[in-house]
Write a protein that binds this ligand. Structure first.
Ligand code: FAD
Length: 383
């Protein structure tokens, strides 16, 4: 397994239980991949080192799987945003945009039907009949005021592109709730691992058939040492970037500490383009069952990844998809390797989807072996 994140851990565990001898390599000095959590030395707070991670899923098998390794405590993700109201005053609003946001933002006391009528008849720009871009789609759905306060600046900062350059398909339906539900996710199961994600992944990897080697970089030349390689590193990296680099956004985190409670919630977004960061995460609010006097926060900045940076979000615009197609063709010719996970398939994957795909991949591999069938380069097509 190249990578000791969720993909490598879950596939490795499943195959180890089936009797295989597994070696898990990771170039980092810790397991857990991007879900890694660690206690902050100064405050004792459990920190989501590579950005905030909330576990949410509708997949009962995956929920049962994670709970088999770590106890998950109830946690609802309720995000706030600081932005400018229609008069240009700074305020704190509820996200995703819901009835509370609308009433606060426009200084109204609307009921659900009234709010729906207000947004669709007074705010939405119905002169846009065939929206082509993200911007046009947002203006068509919610109108200029909400768009500028809650969608425009954040999108520009997060993706480094104007919403007028992004496709309309990003916003498929009206992104507004006409009730007071501010639970960020709709999923049936939601929670936080009591001792962090790394503790959970450590238990997944804890099997006599698994050996973990950290600070060990894998390259293609080592593939011959193993019967089969499951590669959860970057797809283009496996081929030494010979066709060019797939585009990613990376994140910079600026750590600061505070005595007491800095912002009163785990995640505060910043909608204004003039504020250079996208959000501030105050990690202790992810573990409300713990008590800490001190607090540690991360200001999060997003920018295009250079070769030296950690790749976070795949960009997947037209150009990247064309290059991805070329790498997929190369991968399909390679033997003895299966590309998995968010980097191996160049897709944004939530943790539950990563686990689902990892379980399916491990089962698919075992079935292929039993049937003496070839093992595919991808169990899930990246395109
Ligand atoms: C900012 C951010 C926030 C997120 N928030 C959420 C959330 O709230 N909820 C949710 O469900 N999901 C969230 N996710 C998604 C989650 O991080 C992924 O689902 C998960 O990390 C995917 O696991 P993985 O094993 O596929 O990849 P990774 O975690 O990236 O693991 C891959 C590992 O491979 C190693 N590696 C790569 N190349 C090599 C090599 N050549 N040699 C050795 N090792 C190598 C890397 O060091 C890394 O440790 C978030 C992601 C990001 C970026």
């Amino acid at each position: 397994m190249v990578g000791a994140g969720l993909s490598g851990a879950v596939i490795g565990r499943h195959l180890a239980e089936a009797g295989h001898k597994i070696t898990v390599l990771d170039s980092r000095d810790h397991i857990g991949g991007n879900c890694h959590t660690a206690r902050d030395a100064e405050t004792g707070v459990m920190v989501h080192v590579y950005g905030p991670h909330i576990f949410h899923t509708d997949d009962a098998e995956v929920w049962g799987y994670v709970n088999g390794f770590e106890s998950f405590l109830p946690y609802k993700n309720r995000v706030k945003t600081t932005s400018l109201d229609p008069e240009g005053r700074r305020g704190v609003f509820s996200l995703p945009v819901n009835l509370h946001t609308i009433n606060q933002f426009f200084g109204k006391t609307l009921r659900p039907e009234e709010a729906h009528e207000f947004i669709t008849e007074e705010q939405a720009d119905i002169s846009i009949t065939d929206p082509q871009t993200f911007e046009e789609q947002a203006l068509r759905f919610v109108g200029r005021d909400l768009y500028e306060a809650f969608f425009k600046g954040y999108t520009i900062k997060q993706w480094g592109v104007a919403p007028s350059a992004l496709p309309a398909s990003i916003l498929k339906r009206l992104p507004v709730r006409f009730n007071y539900d501010d639970n960020y996710f709709f999923h049936k199961y939601q929670g936080m691992p009591e001792n962090g994600y790394t503790a959970m992944i450590e238990k997944i990897l804890d099997h006599p058939g698994i050996t973990v080697k950290l600070e060990t970089v894998f390259d293609q030349s080592q593939a011959a040492d193993y019967d089969h390689v499951f590669y959860s590193g970057p797809l283009d990296g496996y081929f030494d970037y010979q066709l060019g680099r797939l585009g990613y956004r990376t994140l910079d985190f600026e750590r600061f500490t505070h005595q007491g409670d800095y912002q009163g919630c785990a995640v505060m977004n910043y909608g204004e383009e003039a504020v250079p960061y996208t959000r501030i995460t105050e990690h202790k609010h992810f573990a409300p069952w713990e008590n800490h006097d001190g607090s540690v926060c991360y200001r999060e900045f997003s920018r295009a990844a250079t070769p030296e940076d950690i790749p976070y979000y795949p960009i997947r615009q037209v150009e990247e998809k064309a290059l991805l197609g070329e790498y997929v063709a190369l991968a399909e010719q390679a033997e003895g390797v299966t590309f998995v996970g968010r980097l191996g398939t160049y897709r944004y994957l939530d943790m539950d989807v990563t686990i689902r795909e990892a379980l399916d991949t491990a089962r698919g591999f075992l079935a292929a072996q039993e049937n003496r069938a070839p093992v595919p380069a991808f169990f899930v097509a990246p395109l």
